[in-house]
Design a binder for this molecule. Structure first.
Ligand code: ADP
Ligand code: MG
Length: 448
């Protein structure tokens, strides 16, 4: 009887979440889950791979708790069993390993993998953990989990780093598999040249039978290049049909790319994973890791200061470390907050600030601190309101281009009140872990 109610509970859960997910996400993630009949308290879910568990728990915790049995701790009582793939799927992709006497064709357009871009040098945090584990899963069992793996996110957030990490891992652990990494620009150039030189058949042959793993960087460059799109779509289809792994990066999700329906559908049919802006703690960890690699020491306080000011691009964090290390070496100075401020002045000035409005900041702050926007704008000095109000002022100064005077006006306060709020919050952020998290959440809300 219990097993019947498990089935029912699951059906109700599916019914509820179906209306709250896209059909693609529902089809990819939820539909393949099977409820295993059992008499125990826990509901047993058979999932195609471990990512499905992460997906469920990170997206539907509340719904799972409402619809499924819960354990003593109030957690959903679910046992996840990863389905064992059928024999045929388990087998490594059919490889035609090139025999010694056959010359391996190497495309001149192939991109060399950056030797520093490896999984173990990729610092993870909540914003990129999912992408990293999906990438590691695909690298461990190429062609057998999600195909293609589509990674999207803003500039300088580590998409190429992850793509090359997959390449390195496969080259080191699946030695027979032929990894081909290419930028979309290079693919287009190669195609243009092959058409001109009448070697298109050779190119097609290469992509369709000499490659086991295709890593394609920056597919957004394929937009508005109609003539080339078809060739790449055909290549993808051929490779996927042979269970050969494809990994693609892009600055936008598939649905936002201006590509043909056929290509978009192809891109969406595997796993679409977003890489987000790393939160403050992760940025501090990245900075310290990069500094260590360069053989320089930066005090935690200084790393924190830099990470506070450069927030939406890891590449800029690296640039900061490079400048700092050059300055400190050349001038034989310790890396202090003053030195950082001096050296990074230009960089911080140039760091792109998003066009964020005070209204947006107030709304996000109000949501996280559970106060009303009108209270934030008001003048009540109770602690419940005063702290969030100072946070809003601090974020306005950080995220909005404009003088303190102008920002002050939009809060109905003087510029010295804003300055005071900023100093107070900066100080608190160094000591107060919870506040750091709250500010991190607000910024994520605003910046994504
Ligand atoms: P994208 O391709 O998304 O524009 P990249 O992969 O080129 O970004 O990353 C930019 C730089 O930032 C690279 O040097 C990369 O090593 C570094 N980087 C990005 N994210 C991380 C991370 N989580 N840990 C360590 N380095 C990172
Ligand atoms: Mg890149």
């Amino acid at each position: 009887m219990l097993s019947l109610s498990h089935q029912e509970a699951w059906a109700q859960f599916l019914d509820f979440v179906k209306k709250r997910t896209t059909p693609t996400a529902f089809g990819n993630w939820l539909e393949p889950i099977v409820v295993v009949e059992n008499d125990g308290e826990a509901i047993i879910l058979e999932i195609p791979n471990i990512f499905v568990k992460e997906y469920l728990l990170s997206n539907f915790m509340r719904e799972l708790k409402s619809f499924l049995p819960v354990g003593a701790e109030g957690e959903p009582n679910i046992q996840f069993n990863v389905a064992v793939p059928k024999k045929k799927e388990m087998a490594a992709p059919q490889l035609k390993s090139p025999s010694a006497d056959v010359k391996i064709e190497v495309s001149p357009y192939e991109l060399k993998l950056n030797n520093h871009y490896r999984f173990d040098t990729f610092i993870e945090g909540p914003a990129n953990q999912f992408v990293k584990s999906a990438a590691m899963g695909v690298a461990a069992r190429p062609g057998q989990s999600y195909n293609p793996l589509f990674i999207h996110g803003g500039v300088g957030l580590g998409k190429t780093h992850i793509l090359h990490s997959i390449g390195h891992y496969i080259r080191e652990n699946h030695k027979k598999l032929r990894v081909h990494c290419i930028t979309t620009e290079a693919f287009i150039n190669e195609l243009v040249d092959s058409l001109r030189n009448k070697t298109i058949d050779k190119m097609k042959r290469f992509y369709r039978s000499e490659v086991d793993i295709l890593l394609v960087d920056d597919i957004q460059f394929l937009q508005n290049r109609m003539n080339f799109e078809e060739e790449l779509t055909n290549t993808f289809e051929t490779l996927i049909n042979q269970q050969k792994q494809i990994v693609i990066t892009s600055d936008k999700p598939p649905a936002h790319l201006k590509l043909s329906e056929r290509m978009s559908a192809r891109l969406e049919c595997g796993l679409v994973a977003h890489i987000g802006v790393p939160e403050l703690e992760t940025r501090v960890a990245i900075l310290q890791h990069k500094a260590e690699q360069k053989g320089i020491q930066i005090p935690h306080k200084v790393a924190f200061y830099i990470a506070e000011h450069i927030y939406n691009n890891v590449r800029q964090l690296e640039g900061a470390i490079n400048r700092l290390s050059a300055h400190s070496r050349l001038l034989n100075l310790n890396i202090t907050e003053e030195l950082v401020e001096k050296t990074l002045k230009e960089m911080l000035k140039d760091a792109p600030k998003r066009k964020v409005s005070v209204e947006e900041i107030l709304k996000s702050v109000a949501t996280i601190f559970q106060v009303k926007v009108s209270d934030l704008r008001g003048s009540s000095r109770t602690k419940d309101v005063a702290l969030p109000r100072q946070v809003a002022m601090y974020l306005a100064k950080l995220l909005i281009d404009g003088s303190l005077m102008v920002i002050g006006e939009s809060f109905g306060k003087t510029h010295s009140t804003i300055l005071h709020a900023c100093k107070t919050i900066e100080k608190k952020l160094q000591e107060d872990e919870q506040l750091r998290r709250q500010v991190g959440m607000i910024r994520r809300n605003i910046e994504t």
